[in-house]
Design a binder for this molecule. Structure first.
Ligand SMILES: [Zn+2]
Length: 496
């Protein structure tokens, strides 16, 4: 048995000015890893790709791994990058195989295609019309029909923060291996609702997504091969941004349809609960100060969440609105993760550890899609630490995977320690802080450029959370985004 296993993951924020060339998928190398290098990078980690590798090894299958390409969210994927990645996968399948297992995101937009995954699957089907294709997808998938039409079995993450990527890979992979063994005949139903759930309301620790995902697991316990509700990624101005569901059954299309429709109806009934109303920033700062004044000495940090500028939603990670408000308010005992500013890091490297520097920090990237210019903030501090910015996730999210922050510095103003990085990395793991010598549990405040994933590794530490509405291309204010291509009417942009 020969299996082609591959990864092509990118969540595209169509408003993001951050470019997405092939190098963004390559973590410092010229091209993303292939073959033995890709297996070495992912085997034993928490990725869906790792589950595919484990299933294939357990089955004694020959593994062909043409590419493992994953990049932090950003603007539309450059055509050359998509053609390289899709081309490697198509070339491997063209050599012949018994099945294909794909670790995809589901919200990839390229310069040419609004549905990058659907385009990949369409090409694979043209090459291999009958080969079973199993697909693991992120919960932020924006589902197009081509994905449902050309895949054999689709399974999506059921947790946000995404701590079940591996289990998702197992569901998708097992459905395909059982089909190869003649034990199942996967059949799928899928559908969408005209709703754009807000990312800040999508976490599975809270209603309504907790209950939606629990119902998916019940449906699987009742016999479905996979049941998924995709809450969608709204910072993407494409026709089918928004919520969808897919159910895979064993040769029972009518039951797949009934379960899928049930999940879609449950989600639609909860549409008002998926709406997020941000608090004005001045109010957030006042609340942070009041919380700090009342905080017991032995309690954990107060998290100040800069949710409009999360690099894991395509943010530039260099807007200074929230950090500026923290500096203006004189908050003390703050660790901020992180500001993306490779030029500032180079200045601090030139100055050296221990030097006092004054920098025009952040604000280097303009954001024309939301009508904002980058605004650096002048900050003076001591260069506390310089390092290579490499660390391995402790988990539970993306456990074991290596993060590359690139050259990294910690700038200490006396009250605020600011981590300054050269590659985008979201703080969802304790190791993001320990890698730069900061004990997060001992800070009074943690400023995090994140939305929900920070809860995976840092949530248990938090004494309280203050959601701070800053600026950025993952703004939590839909009114700041020009939606031109998304289908209308759609909730909550329109009254339905
Ligand atoms: Zn996601």
């Amino acid at each position: 048995m020969k299996l082609v296993i591959a990864q092509m993951k990118h969540e595209t924020n169509t408003y993001s000015p951050v470019p997405t060339p092939l190098a963004r998928f390559a973590a410092g190398d010229a091209v993303p890893p292939e073959g033995a290098a890709a297996i070495a990078a992912y085997k034993g980690t928490g990725a869906a790709l790792a589950a595919f590798i484990a299933l294939a090894e357990a089955a004694g299958a020959e593994i062909v791994l043409p590419i493992a390409a994953s990049a932090w969210p950003s603007g539309p994927v450059h055509d050359a990058a998509f053609e390289h990645i899709a081309g490697r996968i198509c070339a491997a399948v063209a050599q012949g195989c018994d099945a294909v297992l794909l670790d995809l995101h589901g919200a990839m937009v390229t310069q040419t295609y609004d549905d990058g995954e659907g385009e990949l699957l369409r090409r694979l089907r043209a090459i291999a019309p009958t080969v079973p294709i199993g697909v693991a997808l992120d919960m932020h998938t924006n589902l197009y029909d081509a994905m449902g039409e050309h895949a054999t079995a689709i399974a999506g993450y059921q947790t946000y923060p995404h701590v079940d990527m591996y289990e998702t890979g197992l569901r998708a992979g097992r459905a395909i291996l059982a089909r190869l063994a003649g034990r199942t005949r996967p059949t799928m139903a899928w559908g969408r609702q005209p709703m754009l759930p807000h990312v800040m309301r999508q976490g599975t620790a809270d209603s309504p997504n907790r209950e939606l995902q629990a119902r998916c697991r019940e449906i699987e316990a009742a016999g479905a091969l996979a049941a998924s509700v995709f809450v969608g990624f709204p910072n993407a101005d494409i026709e089918y941004a928004g919520l969808s569901a897919v159910v895979v059954t064993d040769d029972d299309p009518a039951q797949a349809r009934r379960w899928c429709d049930e999940l879609l109806a449950l989600a639609w009934a909860q549409r008002a609960a998926f709406v997020y109303r941000p608090e004005p920033l001045a109010g957030s700062m006042a609340r942070a100060q009041a919380l700090a004044a009342a905080k017991p000495a032995d309690s954990g940090p107060i998290v100040l969440l800069d949710h409009s500028d999360n690099c894991a939603s395509g943010g530039t990670m260099d807007t200074m609105t929230v950090l500026g408000a923290i500096l203006d308010a004189g908050l003390d005992g703050v660790a901020a993760f992180a500001v993306f500013d490779p030029a500032a890091v180079r200045q601090m490297i030139a100055a050296g550890v221990g030097a006092t520097v004054t920098l025009a920090l952040g604000g280097k990237l303009d954001m024309p899609a939301i009508g904002l210019k980058g605004q650096p903030r002048t900050v003076t501090g001591r260069v506390r630490l310089l390092c290579d910015g490499r660390y391995r996730n402790l988990g539970p999210m993306a456990r074991g995977e290596v993060n590359e922050m690139g050259p990294t510095a910690v700038l200490d103003t006396g009250k605020v320690q600011i981590v300054v990085i050269s590659n985008h990395v979201e703080p969802h793991d304790l190791a993001a802080f320990t890698a730069v010598g900061i004990a997060p549990e001992r800070q009074r405040f943690l400023m995090l450029k994140s939305r929900v994933h920070w809860r995976a590794g840092l949530g248990p530490l938090a004494h309280a959370v203050v959601e701070c509405a800053g600026t950025g291309v993952c703004t939590s204010d839909y009114a700041a985004l020009a939606f031109r291509k998304v289908r209308r009417p759609i909730h909550p942009l329109d009254a339905i």
